[in-house]
Design a protein around this ligand. Structure first.
Ligand SMILES: Cc1cc2nc3c(=O)[nH]c(=O)nc-3n(C[C@H](O)[C@H](O)[C@H](O)COP(=O)(O)O)c2cc1C
Length: 252
């Protein structure tokens, strides 16, 4: 149990983290002319699964106002697979890359990001997606493709455990895991990066909710998870890359 004074100090410092540090004088790694970190984490595997950008067959609801009004968190899913086209659409609308600015300077995506740093990697635990074998995948936004990372014994149970025992998540078709790569933002904004990354994550999640609404799926944001278990499940080092948000998705 944390002592009361430590707890109070922590709360104070967490509140201060929410405030703006713009205006504080420092030299960033960018100003020191240190090399810019890669815009994305590139594929480790040679065999990648290319995804379509033809979404004509997946849209079930295209009225924007209806999608906004109907948005809600869904924790009950039909026991049905989602199609690879639906999955492709959800990856595209949350982290897809439309263009690259300058000489590999920044990516332009369907979500905004402070300084266009886009400090996320997307991982999936695929339980029930047509034509994909069960397992962990990493999204490659430059190629709009997936790479297979690993299969896991007792897969659904292991994922549920890592999400603090939220059993409903094991009945989804796929869980999206958004991982932060902090240095992508720290390189330019050493003191603001951490707040910006969390603000950025909200936009990604909202796009996921709304995109699910367009294709007959549902989701629920999940921040209650076991940090060590999720990071080790996805084989992340937990320092330079770690999970900050998750979202089980399924047919509703
Ligand atoms: C940052 C954040 C974290 C959340 N974490 C969880 C979670 O771990 N488990 C869960 O069941 N719901 C979680 N939720 C969903 C909220 O409970 C839900 O958004 C809220 O009850 C409002 O309901 P609505 O989304 O249907 O409007 C989270 C939502 C947000 C925005």
């Amino acid at each position: 149990m944390e002592n009361i004074q430590d707890l109070k100090n922590k709360i104070k410092s967490y509140r201060s983290f929410m405030k703006s540090n713009f205006g504080v004088e420092y030299e960033s790694d960018q100003q020191k002319q240190m090399p810019q970190p890669p815009l994305v984490k590139h594929a480790v595997e040679k065999n990648i699964i290319m995804l379509t950008k033809d979404f004509s067959s997946v849209i079930k609801e295209s009225n924007f106002f209806t999608i906004l009004e109907d948005r809600k968190s869904n924790r009950v899913f039909k026991n049905e697979s989602i199609t690879i086209e639906q999955l492709s659409f959800l990856l595209w609308t949350t982290q897809g890359i439309k263009d690259i600015k300058g000489d590999n300077y920044a990516t332009e995506r369907l979500v905004p990001s402070g300084g266009a740093r886009h400090p996320f990697e997307t991982y999936l635990t695929v339980f029930n997606v047509e034509s994909l074998e069960k397992g962990i995948y990493h999204y490659l936004p430059m190629e709009h493709a997936l790479e297979f990372i690993a299969s896991v014994d007792n897969f659904e149970e292991t994922v549920v455990d890592s999400l603090n025992g939220q059993k409903w998540s094991g009945k989804s078709a796929v869980v999206f895991f958004y991982c932060a790569v902090p240095y992508r933002s720290e390189w330019r904004y050493p003191l603001e990066a951490h707040k910006l990354i969390l603000l950025d994550a909200g936009h990604v999640m909202q796009n996921l909710y709304l995109s699910c609404g367009a294709v007959g799926c549902g989701t629920c944001a999940v921040a209650a998870f076991d940090q060590k278990l999720v990071d080790s499940l996805l084989k992340l080092d937990g320092e330079d890359e770690f999970v900050i948000y998750a979202a089980p998705v399924g047919v509703i």
